[in-house]
Design a protein around this ligand. Structure first.
Ligand code: GCU
Length: 611
């Protein structure tokens, strides 16, 4: 295929992707919903036998796919009929939830599992619309209702929805979902990661009922350049949007703003506000915001604040703030596997607060919406990250579209959350031209979609002018970000803890510095001399020496050490110590705090901004 044709195809794919993702319904939890959580039937299908015929042609691209296609949920119609599967005789699996931690035989499984949920639906009298909404499913998801393909979603950590208004019946609907968590070289993330590849419908599934012309999306935030004004837009979705009127109300501020939809489906607005209580970590004040049309009313709780930088300072509501943080993976602190519930989020954020944090780095992918909504309530600032992790296929245009699509879904979902202050483009990616171009495009896309937040990424660092005792940031992407961040492992991967006493850092850019990671592994309960690796004393000593080293960086504005809790990783196989767990947590997987937890806690307790 000639180059131009490939380019046109890539553009078409990106448009299709963009148009599909632009249909995301925001504020999904506060709409008229019917939960489909609970027990689903499942079939393990490593050869994708329910998806491809024996000539490896997808059944869903054939006129009459026949009984072999699992999405038809076929049943024999006569004793002689040949049907070689039956969802209803299979075992149950819980949704939401990864399959690895629910089924022993699936702990390491990477491949396809089919899910089936049957449901009845009372079709409302009033004309409306119906969507199937998935908060997340890892990694490639194909969704079918009553044998019809609704669509495909790629990406394991962001929401998506499909309209089912014209397909749903009163009785015996069957929603069939094919989830394939195989890692892919050209995926986002790529083949290698330092976390468990949890597969499945890992977050909530619900039906969302909307009016015929509904409020699909809105962005309501303080004007980044004028904190006496709230601005944004509202997007309507429907056939009769023209001429609609939308009213935005913030009752406590006695604001009522009318917006008329002339031609487009999106309308911008700006309104002046007085006596606004700014959202902050000390006072995470949320306002009830009402968005009304003649057909429906949506309610949300939104905090208003500004976030910015000035030289090497991070400014929250124009005041410098030091980010006392911790990195967190999305694993449940209450059971094994992916976190997804409010209870999971509450426990993790309570541990972070107990540690003395006012900030969390949600690594290395978008966490569930409960985390950011709870952070809004608790006054905890948030770094959210797109899973552009390690060595991505930078030259692959579809890979870039995938990265941009996942980032757009994250921004769409969380752009009204005051707690979210940083969008991270990537983690520990190599400083090569194709990556620099890839990330630069992502950063540009992000600024266009959300000019109100800061951009960062865990950047590369190296010896300063070849001097092994001076470290500096060595990464052209440092010119593109608002906040400089990097992971450093002096004392763990790079020498021993005493090396921290010999290193100084020279940051040449006049921007704030966040240390996005440092840490050491320790098996909780293993004690010994501080020079014995894997003891709690070794980890404790590394924290003491690292904090002393980092304190000397005059532009440092915060930390998010690696990591709050031990987490599962197939890379970590040391017998008696790791056995499938990365042990850099300050808390063990059974909730026991290690000695280093208290070192960081003391450091944060005594950390006044001015230091
Ligand atoms: C890297 C990476 C983490 C990883 C950590 C480690 O910096 O960002 O994802 O888990 O180091 O090696 O423990």
């Amino acid at each position: 295929m000639k180059k131009p044709l490939i380019f046109i195809l890539a553009l078409l794919i990106s448009f299709l992707n963009l148009s599909a993702q632009n249909e995301l319904i925001v504020n999904a939890y506060h709409r008229n919903t019917i939960s489909l959580n609970g027990q689903w039937k499942y079939i393990i299908d490593p050869y994708e036998n329910g998806y491809y015929n024996y000539r490896y042609q997808p059944f869903d691209q054939q006129e009459s796919p026949g009984a072999g296609a699992f999405f038809n949920n076929s049943k024999p119609k006569s004793p002689s009929d040949l049907v070689e599967y039956d969802f209803d005789q299979m075992d149950d699996i819980l949704v939401p939830g990864d399959w690895n931690s629910q089924k022993k035989e699936l702990l390491y499984y990477e491949g396809t599992v089919w899910y089936k949920k049957s449901f009845d639906y009372r079709i409302p009298q009033k004309a409306g619309r119906l969507f199937a909404y998935f908060e997340a499913s890892n990694y490639k998801t194909e969704v079918y209702l009553n044998g019809k393909k609704l669509g495909t979603h790629v990406g394991g950590f962001t929401p998506f929805n499909f309209e089912i208004t014209d397909l749903v019946k009163e009785k015996d609907n069957f929603l069939v979902v094919k989830v394939d968590n195989k890692r892919r070289k050209d995926g986002i993330p790529t083949l290698n990661t330092d976390w468990w590849n949890y597969g499945g419908i890992t977050r909530d599934v619900q039906l969302i009922e909307t009016s015929a012309n509904f409020v699909q999306d809105y962005f309501i935030q303080l004007n980044p350049t004028d904190d006496k004004k709230i601005k944004g837009y509202v997007t309507l979705n429907g056939k009769d949007v023209q001429g609609q009127e939308v009213i935005i109300k913030i009752p406590e501020l006695k604001i009522t703003k009318k917006i008329n939809f002339a031609a487009d489906t999106r309308a911008a607005f700006e309104m002046s506000v007085n006596n606004l209580k700014y959202w902050s970590t000390e006072n995470p004040y949320l306002y009830e915001v009402i968005i009304q049309t003649k057909e429906e009313t949506i309610k949300d709780r939104i905090g208003f604040r500004t976030i910015g930088t000035s030289g090497s300072k991070i400014l929250l509501n124009h005041q410098p703030i030091y980010l006392r943080g911790i990195s967190i993976h999305e694993e449940s602190p209450l059971r094994m596997g992916r976190g997804h519930s409010k209870a999971d989020a509450k426990k993790l954020l309570e541990w972070a607060q107990e540690l003395g944090c006012n900030y969390v780095r949600l690594a290395h992918y978008p966490h569930n919406e409960h985390m950011v909504r709870l952070a809004d309530e608790m006054g905890i600032l948030v770094w959210e990250e797109n899973p552009v992790y390690w060595t991505i296929s930078w030259e692959n245009k579809t890979t870039y579209q995938n990265a941009e699509c996942q980032l757009s879904e994250l921004i769409a979902r969380d752009k009204n959350r005051a707690s979210v202050i940083i969008w991270s483009m990537a983690n520990e990616t190599p400083n090569v031209p194709a990556r620099n171009e890839f990330l630069k495009k992502l950063a540009k896309y992000t600024r266009n979609n959300d000019p109100t937040r800061l951009i960062s990424a865990a950047l590369e660092q190296k010896n300063y002018k070849g001097n092994p005792t001076i470290r500096t940031i060595d990464d052209p992407f440092a010119e593109e970000v608002d906040v400089l961040s990097f992971n450093e492992y002096i004392g763990w991967y790079d020498g021993l803890p005493e090396k921290c006493e010999k290193i100084t850092w020279k940051i040449e850019q006049d921007k704030p510095v966040l240390i996005s990671e440092f840490g050491a592994g320790a098996k909780q309960g293993l004690h010994g001399n501080k020079n014995e690796r894997w003891t709690e004393e070794f980890q404790e000593d590394l924290y003491i020496k690292t904090l002393a080293m980092l304190d000397k960086i005059d532009k440092i504005q915060g930390l998010s050490p690696w990591i709050l809790v031990d987490f599962r990783s197939p890379r970590r196989v040391l017998p008696n110590i790791q056995e499938g767990w990365n042990r850099k947590g300050l808390i063990s997987e059974d909730g026991t705090k290690k000695k280093a937890f208290f070192i960081l806690n003391d450091y944060y307790k005594n950390k006044k901004y001015s230091e």
